[in-house]
Design a protein around this ligand. Structure first.
Ligand code: ADP
Ligand code: NI
Length: 215
């Protein structure tokens, strides 16, 4: 198992060398660490979970013209090239295809404990201080406004609306980040999410106060 993990790390580090900072190797490493933490209290296949964590953003559809099959395909081809067993490969591909917030807004017809764990691990990295930093980095990468008081935030977006959304970064908190706490699958993630969620609420309050010139 260690050899397979080491080969996968090397592959991912190379593929993500020029990635946007919110979706780079360090994001993958944090998600991998979160996965191992959750695995301490959940019964699941660690190899499937760790490989899915390491490969989940290998070719994100939003950086590849919306093609949602490219990530699972690239991951599958890599795992085949290093001789991983077919059942593990299929499971990892299903997790990558179905774990994103975007995917969860559409029809999901695959479920597994392993998917729940890696999904939580990824979602934990989208909230709290790191979540805030990643959101503004992504908005900067896309040259978006930080905030625009005239563009009201929305929640409950459909998958298509979410995919096409190009709102100011503050609105992304309402479209996604503030919704994640209640979507966590595992007890470990629910517990960690509480503190990170509160930090985002405090951040938003402080942001609006400063925006409005309140000392
Ligand atoms: P998923 O594929 O699970 O929906 P994304 O890859 O869209 O997740 O989002 C991952 C992270 O990228 C978000 O948690 C956020 O930090 C950043 N991000 C994505 N879309 C936006 C956006 N419109 N504004 C700001 N940040 C975003
Ligand atoms: Ni991710």
């Amino acid at each position: 198992m260690q050899n397979v993990i080491d080969l996968t790390i090397a592959f991912v580090q190379d593929r993500l060398k020029f990635a946007e900072a919110g979706h780079d190797w360090w994001h993958i490493q944090r998600v991998w660490n979160n996965t191992k933490l959750i695995l301490q209290t959940e019964k699941a296949d660690p190899l499937v979970c760790e490989l899915a964590a390491l490969l989940h953003d290998i070719a994100d559809s939003k950086f590849h013209n919306g093609d949602e099959t490219i990530g699972p395909r690239v991951a599958g081809e890599f795992l085949e090239s290093i001789g991983v067993n077919q059942e593990v490969i299929e499971h990892v591909k299903q997790i990558i295809l179905n774990m994103s917030f975007k995917a969860s807004l559409g029809d999901v017809n695959f479920h597994s404990k392993e998917l729940e764990i890696v999904q939580d691990a990824d979602r934990l990295d989208a909230i709290g201080a790191i979540g805030i930093a990643r959101a503004f980095n992504f908005g900067g990468h896309k040259n978006r406004e930080m905030y625009n008081p005239d563009i009201k935030p929305r929640t409950n977006l459909t998958k298509e609306e979410y995919k096409n959304s190009s709102v100011p970064t503050i609105n992304h908190f309402y479209e996604k980040l503030l919704l994640l706490k209640d979507k966590m699958n595992t007890q470990t993630a629910k517990r960690i999410a509480e503190k990170r969620h509160k930090f985002m609420e405090d951040f938003l309050q402080q942001f609006y106060d400063e925006w409005n010139g309140i000392a």
